[in-house]
Design a protein around this ligand. Sequence first.
Ligand SMILES: [Zn+2]
Length: 119
Amino acid sequence: MSKKLLYIWLKTQGHCHFCGDPVIYEKRGWKKGNLQGAWEVDHVIQKDKGGKDSSDNYLPACTICNRYRWHRTGSEMREILLYGIIAREQVKRSTPLGKQLYEIKYKRIEINKKRRSGR
Ligand SMILES: [Zn+2]
């Protein structure tokens, strides 16, 4: 067990700093397949924006959130979250826009799968 990783993991008592879901200490690192509980070390201030490679700049993030974040800033993520809430309501109410969004979502998932598998 790495002291540095444990220190980072304990900063949030083992929870993703984006969504708050629990992450399992032993499931750290790049994973394929079931990502439930998997986590990565997130640079709070990204390296290309001057963030340091030090424990003070790291927080645990579940793998799914961290991959959605990519290079986006906090305010961009909050905007995306708000659009997500609006879009989800449209999907739940099965409005014409909601139906379109539903189709777009599944097309996007397929594109992401292909991109990640290198096809
Ligand atoms: Zn998360």
